[in-house]
Design a protein around this ligand. Sequence first.
Ligand code: RB5
Length: 142
Amino acid sequence: MKIAIAADHGGFELKQKLIAHYAKQGIVLEDLGTYSEESCDYPLIARKMTQAVLSGAAETGILICGTGIGISIAANRVKGIRAALLYNADVARLAREHNNANIAVFGGRMQKFEDAVTYFDIFRQTAFAGGRHLRRIGELDE
Ligand code: RB5
């Protein structure tokens, strides 16, 4: 599975930790930036990720800003994107089963690293349930 990751300065530290963690497991997270703690704008970071997911360059992605809110709003303005802020294990599972979420979002200043790993592992290993949920996610893009 091709996975991309991107963060603004508020999510930079968590992004770096996740990249290092998954690299140890042989899982490459393609880093779309930002590449330092210098202040930058989350809408532009979200745009890079949504382009990667919609083009197929990445099958899924992780987006991080300080709270996870701004970057969620930005990503979800793009048709075809379903970005889900993961804040517990059930939400991580349901975001895939019910919403077929194609981007996982974290608040870098709110989220413990260990929890982010737990939630993203559930997210990436859970399949979309289809059925009635297929109709509902279709309605999002009408
Ligand atoms: C940046 O200071 C912060 O506003 C941003 O990372 C994010 O939390 C916005 O929603």
